[in-house]
Design a protein around this ligand. Structure first.
Ligand code: DC
Length: 203
């Protein structure tokens, strides 16, 4: 039986960590849908046509190294504005979600466009400055050289683009449970997400 959990929210709010933990807890498969846009963005940086890349994208492309850089994140956000690119990536996500045993998908438009009938929808968010602080720490720990101001400006630019685009903008689904992680430890945020999903399963 398929059971889908949609987890949306802006960059660096903790939705990746929460999604992985929720999937592990309920023994479901997990798809980080940002990787689809990052895989397209990375190939566009290398000179390819975004639509052609989206049309021929394979699951293996999501495993390629280098998809987590700040440059690829911006390119992903730019290709994500293109309606034809989004349309090409839609079926891959729905097919993934339909599997037996259930699936957790995280992204920006999962609860609103990709899986409007998801059994549970969460929207994980946090104050932009706090998100930038977290991302800055992650980048430094990952060996990248950058400044906090640069990371904050990247986070704000992506927020504006992801919220403002005409097709599938990032909005809170009417039936989503909002988890604001600004003042939460990651453990508390994960516990809140698991409890919201548990309620959804029981109702
Ligand atoms: O979740 P992420 O930071 O890896 O996503 C990278 C970009 O991809 C994000 O800025 C916007 C786009 N994206 C999207 O438009 N829709 C999704 N479901 C997931 C990501």
């Amino acid at each position: 039986m398929s059971f889908t959990i949609a987890i949306d929210g802006p960059a660096a709010a903790g939705k990746g960590t929460i999604s992985k933990a929720v999937a592990a807890h309920f023994m479901m498969a997990h798809l980080d849908t940002g990787l689809l846009y990052r895989a397209v963005g990375a190939q566009v940086i290398a000179g390819s046509d975004p639509l052609k890349v989206a049309q021929s994208l394979q699951a293996e492309d999501l495993q390629r190294p280098g998809l987590r850089t700040a440059e690829v994140a911006q390119a992903a956000s730019q290709v994500a504005v293109m309606a034809d690119v989004r349309a090409e990536l839609l079926e891959f996500q729905r097919r993934f979600a339909r599997r037996d045993g259930g699936a957790v998908l995280d992204g920006r438009d999962i609860g609103t466009v990709i899986l409007p009938d998801a059994e549970v929808k969460l929207f994980v968010t946090a104050d932009a400055t706090i998100r930038a602080q977290r991302r800055y720490k992650e980048l430094l720990e990952g060996g990248f050289t950058t400044s906090f101001e640069q990371v904050l400006s990247d986070v704000l630019a992506r927020d504006t683009r992801d919220r403002g685009r005409a097709t599938a903008p990032m909005v809170v689904a009417a039936d989503a449970v909002v988890i604001d992680t600004s003042d939460m430890s990651m453990e508390t945020a994960i516990a809140a997400a698991i409890s919201a999903v548990q309620k959804g399963i029981s109702s």
